[in-house]
Design a protein around this ligand. Structure first.
Ligand code: G3H
Length: 253
């Protein structure tokens, strides 16, 4: 049984005061549970503070992106070594907004995935098709290719601890969720690709989240599906009440 993982990706929202207030409010609402994992992905300036603030709470902190190099002349970038040094445990890689606005490609995502593992960070590897690709019946081919390229050269042991987030681009921030059946079908296809790349046991170990307009009203159905092991949530993760409800759904799944 894979443990559901509910991650809140705040994207470029909240001030420092709001971020701290969120964790304080969430602490009072979040029930300790060994049946689920809860992750917050705040903007980079708040990572260190939230690592400190969440100590003793059932919350892990993830970065929203990182550079692939350990250090260097890359103005404005944040390295995996820096994330590790402040206690960040996970990192979202290849989010569609990074692919769309910051030229991230399957190759750069692959380099970042390998670098994350080298620095003992758990990658949340995002894949997903655009609306045009879905309408052209290319979902399976696109997502399979993204998974194969992201995991190229990643060892079986590392891969088993990875998290994959299936996020259809057309469902992000639009209020349009994939049906639970459709989302599960693609997550199942991702698991088949992982089984081909590695083995059945590795594919069964890897957790696959769904992301795209997840909210308290639809998460239970999504989590009831056989191949959906959690959610990567944007908008509905910004309010502590709503995020606590999502975390609770994870614990009850
Ligand atoms: O990383 C989160 C996803 O982009 C989903 O965002 P959303 O829940 O606002 O649709």
């Amino acid at each position: 049984m894979r443990k559901p993982i509910i991650a809140g990706n705040w994207k470029m929202y909240k001030t420092m005061d709001e971020a701290v207030a969120f964790v304080e409010a969430l602490a009072g609402k979040l029930k300790e549970s060994d049946k689920t994992e809860t992750v917050i992905c705040p903007p980079a300036p708040y990572l260190a503070a939230l690592v400190e603030k969440s100590k003793g709470l059932p919350i892990r902190i993830a970065a929203q992106t990182m550079h692939e190099e350990t250090e260097g002349a890359f103005t404005g970038e944040i390295s995996p070594a820096m994330l590790k040094s402040i206690g960040v445990e996970l990192v979202v890689l290849g989010h569609s907004e990074r692919r769309q606005y910051y030229n991230e490609t399957d190759d750069s995502v692959n380099r970042k995935v390998k670098s994350a593992f080298e620095h003992q960070l758990t990658p949340i590897v995002c894949v997903g098709e655009t609306l045009e690709q879905r309408e052209n019946n290319a979902t399976s081919a696109i997502v399979s290719e993204q998974v194969k390229k992201a995991f190229a050269g990643v060892s079986e042991t590392d891969a088993a601890s990875a998290i994959v987030a299936y996020e259809p681009v057309w469902a992000i921030g639009t209020g349009r969720t994939a049906t639970a059946e459709d989302a599960n079908k693609v997550c199942g296809q991702i698991r088949e690709v992982l089984a081909e790349l590695y083995s059945d046991s590795v594919a069964q170990a890897i957790r696959i989240q769904y992301g795209g307009s997840v909210k308290p009203g639809n998460i239970e159905e999504l989590l009831s599906m056989s191949d959906i092991d959690g959610a990567l949530v944007g908008g509905a993760s910004l309010d502590p009440e709503s995020f606590a409800a999502l975390a609770e759904a994870g614990a009850n799944a």
